[in-house]
Every structure is written in C-alpha cells, then in structure tokens.
Design a binder for this molecule. Structure first.
Ligand code: GDP
Length: 394
C-alpha cells in the first residue's frame, strides 16, 4: 500500500545538532547545546555527539534521539564525516546546527552536499582561541565562509572572532547568547536544604562559587582574598562547587592559609542538583581572568546568569565577555580579577549590607527573566535555522 504523499514543503524541518559538547560532560557549551536541543518542537531535532560515561541513561530521558559516535572526542575526520552524513540522511534532516564552530564546522561542505539547506554554527569563548592562532585562524575563516550563520555570545567575542573571518564571514555573525531557566533557578529552590546539609546556619554569611575548577576561573583569588574578608566578616564562609585539575592546589592553599573552617569544597554535582547551590549563598562570586596572553578568556559565564536567576548579586571578573552577564553596580560588581583587595572589598560591601545584596539580587533576577530566558534563545536560534536573519542583532 502506498502511504500518504507528503510534499517536501509540508514536511517538518529537522535539524541535526552536531556537537562534541553535550551532557553528560559538564561545562558552559554543554549546557548551552543541551538547552537548545531540548527547546526544539517534538520530532524536529536529532543530536549527533560523542560517547561519554553515563550517556545511555542520560539519553534515555530525552524526548529526541541522540546518536552517539563511538569516539569520545568528536573530530572532523573522514570516518566521522561519513557517519555524520549517514545520520543526517537516515533521520531525514534538512538543517544543521554545530554546537561549536571549531572544528566540527569543517563538516559543513559534506552536509551541504548531502542536502543541508541551512547550516548554523555556534561560537563561544573557545573560538576566540581559534581566531588568534595562525593555523586554526585559517580554518575558522573557512568555516565562516561555508556556514550560513555564525553566532556569538557577547560583543567582545564577536569582535575577536570577526578578526579571523572574511568580510562575507563577518556579515554572517549573529548574536545568540546562552540563557537560563528561571523556573529551575529561582529564589528558594533548595538553598536552605543545602545549608542544613552542610551544617550552616541560615544566618551564616555565605559566598558560593561554582565551575569546573581550572585556574582561570579565579577561585584561587577568592581564597587569597578570604583573610581580608574574614577580617571584616569573621564568620564568612566560602562554598566551592565543582571539580577539576586546580582543586588540589586550591585545597592546599586553603590549608596553608589556615582557612579550613572557612572554605568548603563539595566537589562536582549532577546537573539536576545544581540550582540549590546557587540559592544557598548570599553572594555568587567567580572572578575569572584571561590566561595565556588572552587565549583563554571567559566567553560569558552561564553561572552568573544562573546565580542572578536565584536572586543573588554576582561578582564577576573583568575577562572577555563576562561583564555582559552583570549590570555593574546594579545587579553585582565587575572587578579586576587579579586584585585581591578589590575582590575582598566588594565581597565585604555585599556581606555587610544584606539588604543591599538582596535588592541587587532581585534586580539581577528581573534582568535575566526579561532578557536571558532560554525560550527567547531557542526562538532566535530557530529563526536563524529558518533563514529569517533579518532580526540580526549586530
Ligand atoms: P564554562 O564551563 O567555562 O563554559 O562556564 P559557564 O559558566 O559558561 O558554564 C558552566 C555550566 O556548568 C553552568 O551551567 C554551571 O551550572 C555548570 N556547572 C558548574 N559546576 C558544575 C558541577 O559541579 N556540576 C554540574 N553538573 N554542572 C556544573
């Protein structure tokens, strides 16, 4: 029997998201790509990504198919190109979204040849590095020429990445910054329970920081600033959420400074358990800095948006696009991330004036609910995939 004939123009569009960064790995790009994928209407998205621990259980909960390549890091090799193209065809896709432009955007010509009508590639802080090194710079330029739209997360990233692109590539740059889910991250989303679990009184002044623990995220400067913070707020505590290569150095420094009773490391937490940690503090602080002569900046910092959504004032380091995440002096403070005295002073300002801290936090939540919701981000992304790029924010 012959089934109903569906004219191509009546078929639902279907996007293949090609990404090395996806849960269960943790990080900003992973969070961004997962949130965008979750926002597609049913049946309109398929994800192609790498294998990673715990992936089968994670994928089983999703409303859309995820194809896991056997590689744990997805690179644009000949074999991966063949398998991505096969998945594109097998799932009847007609569009492609690259979770990060570099390097997987190099697969664009093969996917175009396989019938991709629209190709959108995201960029993050990571492509700033690509834009600055001679060989990768040329590859990024090529990617910019091949795709239809190349997104950026902050004006700073747009300018840095734009330097590597051809004039035609620069004309394809469109803003697509990550967002936050204010229904998951909100005041009262479990912070009291976190405090109780850690034996912290509701009244203990608490600063929270959360990220992969790598040097540039600036937790070391919080630790260095802590003796000065304690001199003004003797019972102030610092809660460090996350794990990473820098953790041992941080723990060692905490011991050397005699701060064991003031600084608590809770390690990495599962995605679903993150919001209560942002809610637990009075202030969120991450004075990230740019490392390696500008090659490793903070692209934006989703954590600042998550903390603001929980109604917390945020302390942000002046690095890359991070200042975009805060309204300086209104919803938090932007500080020199290498200046422990300034970091300590701003933390003390907030900890000694809880009413002001709460007011700034409330304005921060208003700001993210107004301008930084995932629904808006998803709608903009779909406009780009539809080819409706007249709303270009450049
Ligand atoms: P990036 O990792 O440098 O891209 O930093 P961002 O601040 O942009 O994004 C980090 C993301 O990882 C945010 O959504 C955080 O909530 C999340 N995150 C930070 N620490 C942890 C952790 O310990 N566990 C989990 N599951 N997520 C974390």
């Amino acid at each position: 029997m012959i089934g109903p004939i569906i004219a191509p123009e009546d078929r639902l569009p279907r996007t293949l998201v090609v990404t090395n960064d996806f849960p269960t790995r943790q990080g900003g790009i992973e969070a961004f790509v997962a949130a965008l994928s979750d926002l597609f209407p049913p049946g309109e998205v398929v994800v192609y990504t790498a294998s990673m621990p715990g992936d089968a259980a994670y994928d089983a909960e999703l409303a859309y198919p995820v194809v896991r390549d056997r590689a744990t890091t997805l690179l644009p090799t000949r074999r991966v190109r063949r398998d991505v193209v096969a998945a594109f065809r097998e799932h009847g896709c007609d569009r492609v979204l690259f979770g990060a432009s570099a390097p997987l955007g190099l697969l664009a010509p093969a996917l175009r040849a396989a019938g991709a009508q629209r190709i959108v590639a995201l960029t993050h802080g990571h492509e700033v590095w690509w834009a600055r090194m001679p060989v990768t710079r040329r590859l990024l330029r090529r990617i910019g020429d091949e795709v239809d739209d190349l997104t950026y997360i902050s004006d700073w990233c747009r300018d840095e990445i734009g330097r590597a692109l051809s004039p035609a590539g620069r004309a394809k740059q469109r803003r697509l910054a990550p967002g936050v889910d204010p229904d998951r991250f909100h005041p009262g989303c479990g912070g009291a329970e976190v405090r109780a679990g850690l034996g912290l009184d509701p009244g203990v002044p608490l600063v929270v920081t959360a990220s992969r623990l790598v040097e540039r995220k600036g937790q070391d400067m919080l630790v260095e600033a802590w003796p000065a913070v304690r001199a003004v707020v003797p019972d102030a505590r610092l809660l460090v959420v996350g794990d990473g290569p820098h953790r041992r150095t941080l723990e060692h420094r905490v011991r050397t400074l005699g701060l064991d009773d003031a600084v608590t490391f809770v390690g990495a937490r599962a995605w679903k358990d993150m919001p209560p940690y942002f809610d637990a503090g009075d202030v969120f602080a991450m004075p990230s800095r740019t490392r390696l002569h500008g090659l490793e900046p903070e692209g934006l910092g989703i954590v600042f948006l998550e903390a603001a959504a929980c109604g917390k004032p945020v302390l942000v380091g002046r690095s890359g696009g991070a200042p975009d995440a805060v309204d300086d002096g209104v919803t938090g403070f932007v500080v020199d991330p290498t200046d422990t005295a300034e970091i300590a002073a701003r933390l003390c300002d907030l900890l000694t004036d809880p009413a002001r801290a709460r007011a700034m936090g409330a304005l921060g939540r208003e700001r993210v609910v107004r301008d930084w919701r995932w629904e808006q981000v998803g709608a903009t992304c779909r406009e780009y995939l539809d080819g409706q790029t007249v709303s270009d924010a450049v």
